[in-house]
Design a protein around this ligand. Sequence first.
Ligand code: FES
Length: 259
Amino acid sequence: MIPLRIDGRSVDARPGEPLLRAARRAGIAVPALCDHELLRPYGACRLCVVEVVAAAAPGRSPRTRVVTACDFPAREGLEVRTATATVLALRRQIVRLHLARAPEAPALRTLAEELGAEPLEPPEPPDGCILCGLCVRVCAEAVGAHALGFAARGKDREVGTPFGRPSAACVGCGACDWICPTGILRHQATASAEFRRLPGEDRLCRYARLGVVPGALCALSYDCRRCDVEAAMRARFGPEHPAIGSFRQRLAAAGGGTP
Ligand code: FES
């Protein structure tokens, strides 16, 4: 472990560990909407901005920079400030921009209230997506399906399946909807609707597609709330989605740490 200081407190971190993880372990709250401990950092939502002051070389003054804590590696001697006036002003502006895209998102509304950020007028009807990429990463890294991706650029950038068509790679597990920080629920319903079109002998349980239960056909037309398998998944993985829970178990079995 290496020592650094966050908000004046001594904190130990693993070399290279993202500052966000070290801060959270020390009980220092930093907002973060695109981070999940098991997925690779992506640095998209920018809410985790902090100031870092690198130790000065002899004869030089220390250098202060604004960085995203979720993907900035811990280094010995680093001084981190999570709530300076600069940081808070930046976060306020970032929250306003996100709110324009997802005005109903409870996590954003709470942050806006805490920071005193007024929402911006949305330029067009907001679709609720802040392009954090969590759904894309959980599908690729935890599920291994790679059914979702980013399309287009600039203001047209969006998340979806290739060519906007139902993806054959999608297992319908719903991890994408579960992990969405703004609470958009749209991909699993689309997948279930597609599965319902399949002949009965092809209607494999979504958790069987995910690989966490033995192959079994769905007898409830993908109305998972009524299903015993759903209840068994909750009993086995608790509040965590089975895709994440099983990914956590696989990482632990492989002796791997988090990304
Ligand atoms: S949590 Fe760091 S940029 Fe989103």
